[in-house]
Design a protein. Sequence first.
Lengths: 346, 346
Amino acid sequence: MTNVAILGTGLIGSSVGLNLRKIYEKRPKDLVISGYDKYGDVVSRAKSVGAVDRITSSPIDAVSDADMVILAAPVLAIEQLVQEIANALPAKAIITDTASTKTEIHRWVDKYLPEHTGFVGGHPMAGKTETGPDAAGIDLFQGARWVLTPRVNSSEPAVTTVQNLAKQCGAEVMVMDPEEHDSYVAAISHLPLMAATALYSVVRASQAWPELSLLAANGFKDTTRLAASDRDMAYDIAVTNSSNIVHWIDRYIAGLVELRGQIEGTEKSNENLYRLIAATQWEYDLFRNGKVGREEKGLSDTKDLEPGMMDFIAGGWVKEKLGQMDKDAEKRREQTDLERLQRRDV
Amino acid sequence: MTNVAILGTGLIGSSVGLNLRKIYEKRPKDLVISGYDKYGDVVSRAKSVGAVDRITSSPIDAVSDADMVILAAPVLAIEQLVQEIANALPAKAIITDTASTKTEIHRWVDKYLPEHTGFVGGHPMAGKTETGPDAAGIDLFQGARWVLTPRVNSSEPAVTTVQNLAKQCGAEVMVMDPEEHDSYVAAISHLPLMAATALYSVVRASQAWPELSLLAANGFKDTTRLAASDRDMAYDIAVTNSSNIVHWIDRYIAGLVELRGQIEGTEKSNENLYRLIAATQWEYDLFRNGKVGREEKGLSDTKDLEPGMMDFIAGGWVKEKLGQMDKDAEKRREQTDLERLQRRDV
């Protein structure tokens, strides 16, 4: 018999529950999932969709005989949960979480839980616009990355168990330090969240919003979609990863200032602006077509360049777009651009 | 017999062609669509998918007997096209375009075409990530806004014809001045484009990109999707609407600076940050649920507020999130927040 406690039964917690049910589909009676949520209706819905088997009225009830505890609440709520369950946790229990930031989570675990608690931090990088148990599904984690942040003293069984959970949910596991995780997600997840929030906010504040909202097409909706993120999740992320996020907002502002400078007072032949836009589009196409990770050689590796790439670096696109250029100046520019493009990736 | 010339047979031009074919599906022989594109393979594909009937090797050939001319090339290419067709245009021809900016288009029409040319500017606010004739479809404009910018002296038949074309394509027509159009789309369309371009660009430039690209989930992909926009289209937009775009980038940077200021060094009870995030999310939900245009009363109209709204304005969410607050201070804050929230919309 395996007892699992899910504390926080929203989109992520319920999706993990549904996946656990699937893992045990051939021996359903060997698994009991106890669910707790601060909001009674949320845990009721989780039971209705089959994500938990029994509803508990306190986190302590949920964990009292647990083999595994999954903390799936918003980040700041986890501090309280960890304190509450500290004395009720069975020694056997393996504990993980699904929070968007990891440094603070580890700090609270170190502070409130016994030293040898089998804790392995986790962050499934999955989500969607809809929230809550009704949006949960067994396919939510399919193909997603699931970052694990073991403690220095995490036992091998704890790491293996949490790793297997992530894999059985269909995710690909990446292991890193909590601090490393938080600096990465600041760029790839929290900056987009803040960028979308600010973008929606400034456009919404316009006097012309009634007209603007009518004109909003998919481009605006996609770019600002993250502004619909759960407010508690977004706030907790900002609070628990503030210095990394501020760092990336600063880099983003610098990028916008650069782009703004190229656009301002632009004549029809602003080569730098065209190159900036074209280079970004071209790199984005590589990314969109699946060139990710270390195998993504990028612009710094000119050996394997396809013809289209060479054409770009040698200024083919630019020449075509902006008209005939002075031959000598072009040669100088080729050299400079190549160096500049290479620097982007080194 | 109706002769239509489509100059530029990419995604938009080909989608208009397919819609025209559908409009004439009961009398197919009464319509001939002549297609021209700067790129031979693009117009060949347009013919293959049935978006044009005949391929012409020059814009002049395409328009020589045209009843209607549709300029569907990137903005800057239209200046050249307008000059080329100026002397070949039949007096009967009604001309429209589909470009993303309108002020410059009108300037070129005024400059190069005869005074009484039946021109009505147009901008179907539709698009998708894929480009070219193979991505075209009759449903591209379904439910989209299609802005018309008539000239001061546009004839009624010209306006009606172009309006009918847009409606038959499934779009909803909005009429405005070219300048008004350009200031609106700068906020709702061009700012998101530049925001996505800068966002992708700064994250891509990180040394950690190999790891970041592996961690990128739907949030990052959606927020940066517009960075994949056609480079010529994006560049042309920047060049022909630069002052409006710079204005909106400045507002956006100011919004980011404000958000950054709230996040930096944040303690666990930064009420202003929570309110900023929660207000944006709440307003976004209204928008996402279809509250657009004048009927969208927003926060300034407190008469019809739902209970949830009052709860928010009175600080219910915030109180719950951030804990008990001093009663007097709360009352003062309620007043201030209400005023601040009202100012957002007036």
